[in-house]
Design a protein around this ligand. Sequence first.
Ligand code: SF4
Length: 496
Amino acid sequence: MPVNQLKLENKTWLENIREIRSFLKGGQIDKSHPIDQLSDAELEKDLNRISQVKRFYERWEADPNFKQEFLNNPHQAVRRYNMNIDAEEISLLQADAIAQKDATDTDTDHTPISVKRYREFYRGVKCDMSDIAGSSTDARFKAWRERQMARCSSQLSKSLYDEILHMTACFELSKGCSVGCWFCGISAPRLGDIFTYNHENAKLWREVLELLKNIHGPAAQAGFCYWATDPLDNPDYEKFCSDFYDLLGIFPQTTTAQALRDPARTRSLLKLSLSKGCIVNRFSILSLKMLDQLYQEFSPEELTFVRLVLQNPEAGIIKANSGRARERNQRKAEKNNQVLDDSLPGTNACVSGFLFNMVERSVKLISPCNADERWPNGYRIYDEGTFTTVDDLKILLEGMIEKHMPLTIRPNERLSFRRDLHYESLPDGFQLSTKFKTHKFRNDPYIKQLGEAIQKGDKTATEIASLFNICGIPSAYIFQSLNLMFKEGVLDDEPK
Ligand code: SF4
């Protein structure tokens, strides 16, 4: 979907909503949709209702006390938590039906109209960047990203895998983060320097974006301006995002834990973001107190397009076992003489591409993985370097692409399977498994022996092919099979 075609400048809130709905349907306003048949006054009323239901769901997920109180006495709970919803109609839902807040297929004749409206509304409000991220015009980068995804498909659980968009780039606009969350999955250091929007930095910033556009084409849009940083630590964040929009045609999505630091600024960022067509932003909620304050500061309507990431302990969201959370889990396990729980999600990294720190003028080529001793922050670092000018950067990025992203197996590369795969010989081939997935290779007369040769891990592709030449199997066949395995992400490409 061409996200950059959504233009909302200088429109009223209601016009924006109509534009967004129309946009999400590919430019056609579907007059049969209940929301689009409404007058402005009715739509405003409906939006109020939808945003109130959103607030109900957020409180339900964040606060077990509210949940219990609502189950015991819906009217009292709704009054006490200052909600403008019809307690009677929502209480008709069973607790498990409330929990399935996005599941339109569970709607029945008894589903309250406000909940139906809520579900209808949010069904379309999501911007899936994965297609954009997958559209790099550099065939080597595109194939490399696909291999990283293939690798992740057997390293991560299906639910975690589905969440990761493998964005092509992210940019730290400061060094470190002022928030200091105990669970930070990427171990953000304390806030140090900030990349201010002065003449020199703005020029470099725009040049970097242009360079990425030249490398990736539209896939350069699949980026965002934070990582081990909070965007609102940088007072010029909005200026950088506006350049991003001007040059790449998309306003980057924001996730911040500092929505309350300067509410006027937050409000104007939300307005700017929506006006440029960025439909979903996210606020991290670190405590119930913060949730209460957010609700006092912002109306339900103002947060219609803000997803709350409920990190408060009461919400019980499982934190990725990486970075600082992993260190804490390790300390706890050691104290109790236990082994680290490996059922926890091992990463919250979402970039297979370039991680920039604009303060240091550094860049890393990264991709998600389960955190371990080698990659404690839940992402592999394939390469890294620093630059002074965009010309340096161009050479650096081209070098990384050339070195790490071959389109096919390199003849002189020593081959082995990934260290996390369990190898088993089959009567007609072999299989490689993790607890999440099994890759089977079979049905070619030589495939079993080929698997054994790779499993030994002591030969290059050419050397392996020559083993089979003796039996009359041409190298081209062997390379075809090796390239299939390469594409499936089962061959080891972990940085040495
Ligand atoms: S989780 Fe985000 S806000 Fe919290 S310390 Fe890490 S980077 Fe900062």
